[in-house]
Design a protein around this ligand. Structure first.
Ligand SMILES: [Zn+2]
Length: 437
C-alpha cells in the first residue's frame, strides 16, 4: 500500500526544524519514501494507490507519551486531593486490588481512545496486570507502544524472582513484535517499593537480555528522605554507587528532586527522563528541573502518568505545562525554547523510548504522524505554526492519526476502536467495581 498526502503544511521536526508551507508526503510499507515541497508530479501520483488532499491541514509527527499507566484510566477523578504516598495507599492500591481482567481491558481501551483522539501515536505502559492481553490489544489498535510488566519487590525472594521471571518472559516474547510497533523494557516500580538488591537483579537481567529499564525516580521529597534514611544516599547516586547506571539504557519517570550534579550523571550515562509536569503538580510533588536537564544535554521526553493523577492523557497540555512552568519558576522568558517543547513531545520522546527511525517527518522515517485542522479561531493568524502548536493548539484540533502508514483516525472518526462501546463499557465496569458487585 502506498499513499500520498498532498496539500499539507508540514512540521518536519528534522535537524533544521524545517516547516514546509505546502507540500506532500509519500509513504510505502510504513515509511516515508518522500517528503517534499509543492505537488507530486503525475509520475509519482501514478505509482501511489491513493492520493489524499489534506486541504491545508497541518501535518506533524505523532506525539509520544513516555510514561503512563493506561490500566488506571478508570480511576480518573477518583482521588484528587492526596500526596503520592497517601493517594497510593488509601485510594489507588485498594481500588487496583479490585481490577479484574475486564476492568483492566476496558481501562486500557479507554486510554487508547483518548490518546489517539489527542494525537498520541506512541505510548509507554508500566503496569503489572494482563500484559500479554494488552500487547494483543495494542496490535489490534494499530498504536505503537513500549510495554512492560512492572514489579514491586515488597515480598519474599521467591515472589520477587517469580515476578522478575514473568516480566522477563513477557519482554523477550514481545520485543519488536507487530512489525516493530511493540518494544519492551524491564521495570522495577521504584526504589521505595523495590529493595536495592532486587533492582540490581532486575538490571542484570535487563543487561543480559539487552533491554532498557524503566523506573519511577526522585518523584517526591519523601522518596528522597526515605532512601536517604535507609541507604544514606540520593536514589540516583545509589544506582551509580552500585554500578547500575552504566551499561544500561535507563528511562526514569519524574526526576523532580535532582541537583545540578545529577544532570551531569544522567547525561554521562545516557539516561533519559520522562517529564510528567501535570501529575507532579497535581500530587504536589514539585517541578522537575527540566531547563537544567536540557542545558546539560539530558534526553527529556514528556509523559502524562495515569489519568488518576493528571487527569487527562493530553500531550498538548503537557507540552504547554512543561514550557510555562520552567519559564515561571526560573523567571526567564526564553528558558526552554518553543521548539524544545515540541522536541520533548516528538523526537526526544522517541529517543527516550529507544525507538529508531521515529519522531520526524523525513524520508526513511516511520510514517507516524497526525493532521490538525487549523481553521479554528485560536489558531489564527495561521503563520506562526510552531508557536501555535506549543502555546495555542488543543487536543481536539487533531483530525487524523497515522501509525506506520496506517490510519487509526480519519476526519475525527476512530477506525480501529469502537469509541462509543468502550465508553459505555467503561462506565458500566466502573459502577460495578464501586458497588462491589
Ligand atoms: Zn507513574
Amino acid at each position: 500500500m502506498s499513499t500520498i498526502i498532498r496539500n499539507a503544511r508540514i512540521v518536519t521536526m528534522n535537524k533544521e526544524k524545517q516547516v514546509i508551507n505546502r507540500g506532500y508526503v509519500w509513504m510505502k510499507n510504513g515509511f516515508f519514501i518522500r517528503v517534499e515541497e509543492g505537488e507530486p508530479d503525475n509520475e509519482i501520483r501514478g505509482k501511489a494507490n491513493e492520493v489524499v488532499d489534506a486541504k491545508g491541514k497541518w501535518l506533524m509527527p505523532g506525539l509520544i507519551n513516555t510514561h503512563g499507566h493506561p490500566a488506571m484510566t478508570l480511576m480518573r477523578g477518583m482521588s484528587d486531593d492526596l500526596p503520592l504516598n497517601e493517594w497510593l495507599e488509601q485510594d489507588i492500591w485498594p481500588f487496583e486490588s479490585k481490577l479484574d481482567e475486564r476492568a483492566t481491558k476496558v481501562s486500557r481501551e479507554l486510554a487508547m481512545v483518548e490518546m489517539i483522539k489527542s494525537g498520541t501515536t506512541t505510548f509507554l505502559d508500566m503496569y503489572h496486570l494482563h500484559l500479554p492481553d494488552f500487547a494483543e490489544a495494542v496490535l489490534q489498535s494499530g498504536m505503537r507502544a513500549t510495554l512492560m510488566r512492572s514489579v514491586i519487590g515488597l515480598c519474599s525472594k521467591e515472589e520477587q524472582d517469580a515476578k522478575l521471571n514473568e516480566s522477563l518472559a513477557f519482554a523477550c516474547e514481545w520485543h519488536k513484535k507487530g512489525d516493530g510497533r511493540i518494544q519492551t523494557m524491564l521495570a522495577p516500580h521504584a526504589l521505595y517499593t523495590c529493595p536495592p538488591d532486587y533492582v540490581e537483579r532486575i538490571v542484570e537481567a535487563a543487561r543480559d537480555a539487552k533491554l532498557p529499564v524503566h523506573m519511577h525516580l526522585a518523584e517526591t521529597r519523601k522518596e528522597i528522605t526515605d532512601v536517604m534514611d535507609n541507604e544514606g544516599i540520593h536514589p540516583l547516586e545509589l544506582l551509580e554507587d552500585r554500578h547500575l547506571l552504566e551499561g544500561t539504557e535507563w528511562l526514569f519517570a519524574h526526576g523532580v528532586h535532582m541537583h545540578e550534579q545529577h544532570m551531569e550523571l544522567l547525561q554521562s550515562r545516557n539516561a533519559a527522563i520522562s517529564h510528567n509536569p501535570k501529575s507532579n503538580l497535581k500530587l504536589g510533588s514539585g517541578v522537575a528541573p527540566v531547563a537544567s536537564m536540557l542545558k546539560h544535554g539530558v534526553i527529556v521526553g514528556l509523559g502524562t502518568d495515569s489519568a488518576a493523577s493528571n487527569n487527562t492523557l493530553d500531550l498538548f497540555e503537557e507540552m504547554r505545562m512543561a514550557i510555562l512552568l520552567q519559564r515561571g519558576i526560573n523567571e526567564q522568558a526564553d528558558m526552554v525554547e518553543t521548539i524544545e517543547a515540541l522536541q520533548m513531545a516528538t523526537t526526544s520522546g522517541a529517543q527516550a523510548l529507544r525507538f529508531d527511525h521515529l519522531g520526524t517527518i523525513e524520508q526513511g522515517k516511520l510514517a507516524d504522524f497526525i493532521l490538525l485542522d487549523p481553521r479554528l479561531p485560536h489558531l489564527q493568524p495561521e503563520e506562526n505554526i510552531l508557536s501555535h502548536l506549543v502555546f495555542a493548539a488543543k487536543a481536539s484540533d487533531v483530525t487524523d492519526v497515522f501509525v506506520q502508514g496506517t490510519p487509526l483516525m480519519k476526519d475525527n472518526v476512530l477506525l480501529t476502536l469502537d469509541e462509543e462501546a468502550i465508553m459505555y463499557e467503561a462506565n458500566r465496569v466502573y459502577r460495578r467495581l464501586n458497588d462491589g458487585k
